[in-house]
Design a binder for this molecule. Structure first.
Ligand code: SF4
Length: 312
């Protein structure tokens, strides 16, 4: 059976986060964001469908939690290589995973939130993180590159409805890209929209891992600071996702499976992957083997080597 559960991996927002990859490889998404750290979208999809039986996910999660013994898990997080709300069983899965007594989070690109069934599924989680990179159609098309049939107006309306109904912790995430969504007018407009939906925390950031498109540039620091000031002036609790972070990855017993499941969702830097191998009695030959078999690819970004899953 495919590996659905990975980690725990450290997350800025969710502490030690046990990941649920509820949308199977290769990546399926309603967007193909220019900055996506797992590469271009090979399969565009907007229809919800079943990928796994909820019981399968529960069984794997139980096994991983048991293997981890006393290791702390702060959140079980739906963070697949694709969009988690494409999974028609998401609501059921959240319900049954709650039986483990660990908080559940979902990181979504918000593209299907105009659907009532999607909002109802998300409402079952303890924490939901919504992607809001822009509120302007032309910029949305450039940055998130949506699948044609979706509509930004409907998405923004869906976000507003969800924010009124949701009782859990609501987070938003806005990534800024140089010369695309980092101009003053757009920052102001995003801030106005966020003010309406009142997230518990409005995260802002820029791509810190290799983006899908090599030409993507990070904004100047002043632009990020400007966004911080504008958002704060709108009474938002703003946090900047900073570049430097030390990450410790959880080992669940099978090095190859662990690496493949982590890099499907979070590219690992050369330093991180070597440390992970060393800590878990692996050797660098394993890394070479995965590259030779074209299971993972090496990507250079801002002078650092990263490894991500190869969507062949
Ligand atoms: S960043 Fe998220 S929403 Fe954008 S293409 Fe990648 S997986 Fe899809």
């Amino acid at each position: 059976m495919e590996r659905i559960v990975f980690g725990p991996i450290p997350s800025r927002r969710f502490g030690q986060s046990l990941g649920i990859n509820n949308v199977p490889y290769p990546k399926k998404c309603s967007y193909s964001c220019i900055y996506c750290q797992i590469g271009k979208t090979p399969i565009y999809q907007v229809e919800r469908k079943e990928f796994y039986k909820p019981e399968e996910i529960k069984k794997q999660t139980k096994e991983v939690i048991e293997n981890l013994k006393d290791k702390k898990i702060d959140f079980i997080t739906f963070v697949p290589d694709g969009e988690p709300t494409l999974d028609i069983n998401l609501g059921k899965e959240i319900e049954i995973l709650k039986e483990f007594g660990i908080k559940i989070a979902v990181i979504t690109n918000s593209s299907l939130i105009w659907r009532e069934d999607v909002r109802n599924d998300l409402k079952k989680a303890d924490c939901v993180s919504l992607k809001i990179d822009t509120v302007s159609k032309d910029i949305w098309e450039k940055i998130n590159r949506p699948y044609k049939p979706i509509n930004l107006e409907a998405i923004l309306q869906g976000i507003e409805i969800f924010s009124e109904e949701f009782k859990g912790q609501l987070l938003t995430e806005t990534l800024f890209i140089k010369d695309i969504n980092d101009n003053k007018q757009e920052i102001e407009k995003i801030g106005e929209f966020l003010k309406k939906i009142k997230p518990n925390i409005a995260y802002i950031g820029y791509p810190t891992r290799p983006p899908a498109e090599k030409w993507v540039k990070i904004p100047e620091r002043e632009k990020v600071d400007f966004a911080y000031i504008v958002f704060e002036s709108k009474d938002l609790n703003v946090k900047v996702i900073e570049e430097k972070e030390k990450r410790e990855f959880g080992f669940t017993g099978n090095l190859i499976e662990d690496i493949l499941s982590i890099v499907s969702v979070h590219p690992m830097s050369e330093k991180e992957i070597k440390k992970f191998l060393k800590d878990n009695k692996g050797n660098s030959e394993l890394l070479k083997e995965l590259i030779d078999k074209e299971e993972i690819v090496e990507v250079e970004y801002r002078g650092v080597k990263y490894y991500r899953r190869n969507f062949k």
